[in-house]
Write a protein that binds this ligand. Structure first.
Ligand code: ASP
Length: 437
C-alpha cells in the first residue's frame, strides 16, 4: 500500500486556521497517514516562534528570574488553538508538568522540545490520529550523537503496527530518557526518518513556499520554481546558501530512494519541488537547475618556482589550515601557484598564525591574500551534456562587465563555481539567471 509521510513546519501550524488547512490536506489523500509536526511558528513577521519562547523561558528559569509570564505566553499560543478548534485537551496539566520541570533541574533541550510535543498532541487529537512521542523512538547516544540505525529500528517496529500516527519533530532522547534535540529546523530530519522507517512512497515537506526557487528571490524578482532537482544538486545548492530543508534531512530518505516533495500549505494545489535520486525520463532536463551563492570568502595564493615538482606541497598547505581549524572550500591550482579559498570569518580569526606557518613550512616566494570574494554555484546535471554551458556563463558575466576572480568546475561536472568580488555578487547572479532562465 502506498504511504505518504507529511511533515508540517511551524508556519503551517502557527494557529487554528493553519491547523484546519493541514487537516484538509491530510484528508484530501488517504495515503497521508503519518504526520510529523513542528511547534507553532510565527503568525506574522513580528510574532515569535514558540520554540524561541521556550528557550527564553528556560534562560529565565536558570538565571533565577521570573519565567511565569513567558510560560503564560506559551500557554496562550496553545490554548488559542485548542479553543478555536474545539478539541478536548488537558492543557493545564501539561503546563503543570513543564512548570514542575522548570522548578527542579531544567533541561534546555527538554524545554525546547515541548513546542513540538504539545502541538503534535493537539494535532493528533484534532485529526483523531494516535500520538506517538518521539522520545522513546528517536535515539541519541549518551554523548549526544544521533543513532540513526537504532532510531530506524525503533520507528519501524512501532509504526509498522499502526494505521496512522502523529509524531513530534525536532527531538528524541538518550536511552535513559533525557530529551535531546536536533539543531534548529530539525523537524525536517524527523520527517525524513519516519519516511525511511515506513518506506514511504514520498516524503511531503509542507512549508510556506511553493517549492525551491531557481535562485534567491531577494536578488532576482520572481524566479521560477524548480520542478525537479536531484539530491546531489540540492546538496550543492544548499551548501552555497539555498535553504529549503534542514541539511541532514536528505540523508535518511536518500538512502532509501524516497523522493521529497516540498509543498505549500497555503497553496496546496501547487505541485512544489520534487527532490529525487534521478530525474524522471519524461522530464526535459534544463541545462541549469539552480544558482546559489554566498559572500564572505578569502583566497590565499601561494607562488613558488618548481612547486609542481615538490611532492606534498598541497598536503602541507592544507595541513597548515587544518592545524588552525580553517577548512578549505576550493583549491584552484596552477603550475607554480596554488590557492585555497576559505571562509573569511574563519581565516580572520587565525590570520597571523596561518600566514606565519605557511611561510615557515612552505617557504613560498609570495603569498597574496584577497578578501571580499563571493562564490556563485551554477548547478545542473544538464550541463554535462550541454556543450558550451561554461562559455555561456562566462559570456553572461563578462557582458555584465564583471571580472571573474576564480573558476572551479566540480569534478562531477554538476556545478561550476565562480568567484567574483562581493560588490559584483548580485549582478553576476542576475546575469547568469537571465542567460539560463
Ligand atoms: N521548532 C524547531 C525550530 O524552530 C524545529 C523545527 O521547527 O523544525 O527550530
Amino acid at each position: 500500500m502506498e504511504t505518504i509521510v507529511v511533515k508540517f513546519g511551524g508556519s503551517s501550524l502557527a494557529d487554528a486556521g493553519q491547523f484546519r488547512k493541514v487537516a484538509d490536506i491530510i484528508k484530501a489523500d488517504d495515503r497521508r497517514r503519518f504526520v510529523v509536526a513542528s511547534a507553532p511558528g510565527k503568525r506574522s513577521d513580528s510574532d515569535t516562534k514558540v520554540t524561541d519562547l521556550l528557550y527564553r523561558c528556560y534562560d529565565q528559569a536558570v538565571a533565577g528570574g521570573d519565567y511565569g509570564s513567558v510560560l503564560e505566553q506559551i500557554k496562550a499560543r496553545f490554548s488559542d488553538i485548542i479553543s478555536e478548534l474545539g478539541v478536548d485537551f488537558a492543557l493545564d496539566s501539561e503546563i503543570d508538568v513543564i512548570r514542575r520541570h522548570l522548578s527542579a533541574e531544567p533541561s534546555r533541550d527538554y524545554m525546547a522540545s515541548r513546542g513540538e510535543y504539545l502541538n503534535s498532541k493537539i494535532l493528533a487529537a484534532y485529526l483523531g490520529f494516535p500520538f506517538y512521542d518521539a522520545a522513546p523512538l528517536i535515539r541519541f547516544a549518551a554523548d549526544g550523537t544521533f543513532d540513526e540505525e537504532q532510531t530506524n529500528a525503533n520507528l519501524s517496529a512501532v509504526l509498522a503496527m499502526v494505521e496512522c500516527a502523529v509524531v513530534p519533530g525536532f527531538y528524541g532522547a538518550t536511552e535513559d530518557g533525557a530529551v535531546h534535540t536536533f539543531s534548529r529546523g530539525g523537524s525536517d530530519v524527523t520527517g525524513s526518518l519516519v519516511a525511511r522507517a515506513i518506506n514511504a512512497t514520498v516524503y511531503e515537506n509542507w512549508t510556506d513556499v511553493s517549492g525551491m526557487l531557481f535562485t534567491d528571490p531577494r536578488i532576482v524578482s520572481n524566479p521560477q520554481t524548480i520542478e525537479y532537482i536531484t539530491y546531489r544538486e540540492l546538496r550543492e545548492l544548499s551548501y552555497m546558501g539555498a535553504s529549503v530543508l534542514h541539511e541532514d534531512a536528505v540523508f535518511p530518505v536518500r538512502k532509501a530512494g524516497i523522493p521529497i516533495n516540498i509543498r505549500n500549505t497555503n497553496c496546496p494545489a501547487d505541485k512544489g519541488t520534487m527532490i529525487v535520486a534521478a530525474l524522471p525520463k519524461e522530464f526535459r532536463m534544463r541545462t541549469v537547475t539552480g544558482i546559489a551563492g554566498r559572500k564572505g570568502f578569502t583566497s590565499i595564493l601561494l607562488e613558488k618556482s618548481s612547486m609542481n615538482s615538490e611532492v606534498g606541497f598541497g598536503a602541507k598547505m592544507l595541513g597548515v589550515l587544518a592545524k588552525h581549524g580553517v577548512s578549505f572550500e576550493h583549491c584552484p591550482t596552477g603550475i607554480d601557484t596554488m590557492s585555497v579559498v576559505v571562509s573569511s570569518e574563519q581565516f580572520e580569526e587565525h590570520r597571523a598564525a596561518v600566514l606565519d606557518d605557511l611561510n615557515e613550512v612552505l617557504q613560498p616566494e609570495s603569498i597574496v591574500v584577497e578578501s571580499s570574494l563571493a562564490m556563485i554555484a551554477i548547478v545542473g546535471h544538464g550541463m554535462v551534456a550541454a556543450r558550451g554551458s561554461a562559455a555561456r556563463i562566462f559570456r553572461a558575466v563578462a557582458d555584465a562587465g564583471i571580472n571573474i576572480r576564480m573558476i572551479d568546475q566540480g569534478s562531477s561536472e554538476l556545478n561550476i563555481i565562480l568567484g567574483v568580488d562581493e560588490n559584483d555578487f548580485e549582478e553576476a547572479i542576475r546575469s547568469i539567471y537571465r542567460e539560463f532562465r
